[in-house]
Design a protein around this ligand. Structure first.
Ligand SMILES: C[S@@+](CC[C@H](N)C(=O)[O-])C[C@H]1O[C@@H](n2cnc3c(N)ncnc32)[C@H](O)[C@@H]1O
Length: 256
């Protein structure tokens, strides 16, 4: 067993996280550069140190989880969501069950809540937001962002839903209240069901093909018939029908 394979086995035992389901070259490169920076010679040394050093363990988690996000990331897609997808979903159901899977620091579920608030009173908006990374979700719950996370946010939306505090922007409490954050590992934990809309963007690219196939099937089962699966702008599904989906629009798939 190689040094990296042994590390994968150790991490799985310690944390339940299966690094074997993440693309190897990319993950290995990221983690190698971290342990080298920390002065370790190999994965074995790194893992032993991580066992005693909580801060190092958190750095490892931080390095493997890649938390970059942004409000209205790929703005044109969110426009399609607002103008086409949500109105169509609302024709069937007045209340929508919505999940932002791998929500990172909260920009995505808050974007969803902002858009949904244009269609219904905030008291009816409810978004489930999950991620494997506790630190990212702690930041999400704080709801404080640097200006660069808001690059794509239209001025009127900025005024209505954010409060400027020095050089930062704070999402307003009314929006914050609509989002429920929960820890969830897409590669290991069971999925809830009956969703009208699942948003899972910019995380599937890190997983192996086998892991992705499995996840497409699980997302399909988690949606109600007619429900929509919204993926990232480099993540189109090449044979959606194999997973029970049809194309609704670019990067939007409908459960058949
Ligand atoms: C690049 S961010 C994407 C954030 C957001 N969805 C977006 O598109 O802006 C990737 C997120 O996936 C999360 N992640 C990685 N592996 C995961 C897993 N197995 N289960 C759940 N979340 C995971 C990371 O913690 C990180 O917050």
């Amino acid at each position: 067993m190689s040094d990296y394979q042994q590390f994968i086995a150790n991490v799985k035992r310690k944390t339940g996280i299966d690094l074997a389901l993440y693309k190897e070259a990319q993950m290995k490169r990221r983690l190698t550069s971290l342990y080298e920076k920390k002065g370790f010679k190999n994965f074995d040394e790194f893992f032993r140190a991580m066992n005693h050093d909580q801060a190092l363990y958190h750095e490892f988690l931080d390095r493997m989880t890649i938390n970059v996000s942004e409000f209205f990331r790929n703005a044109k897609r969110w426009e399609v969501l607002e103008k086409k997808i949500i109105p169509k979903l609302l024709e069937k159901n007045k209340r929508l069950k919505v999940w932002s899977a791998a929500c990172s620091t909260g920009e995505e579920p808050y974007t969803l809540a902002i858009i949904l608030s244009k269609f219904m009173p905030l008291s009816q908006v409810s978004v489930l937001a999950t991620d494997i990374d506790d630190n990212a979700m702690a930041r999400a719950k704080l709801g404080i962002y640097m200006e660069r996370s808001l690059q794509e946010v239209p001025e009127d939306v900025k005024k209505k839903f954010f409060v400027k505090e020095g050089s930062h922007y704070k999402i307003i409490d009314d929006i914050k209240r609509t989002v429920t954050f929960k820890k969830h590992n897409l590669l290991a934990d069971p999925f809830d069901t009956g969703f009208d809309l699942i948003v899972c963007r910019n995380v599937l690219i890190y997983f192996t093909e086998e892991a992705k196939h499995e996840l497409y099937l699980k997302f399909n089962r988690a949606l109600r018939p007619g429900g929509i699966f919204f993926v990232g702008s480099t993540e189109q599904i090449f044979n959606p029908t194999a997973y029970g989906f049809e194309v609704e629009d670019t990067f939007f798939y409908r459960k058949m």
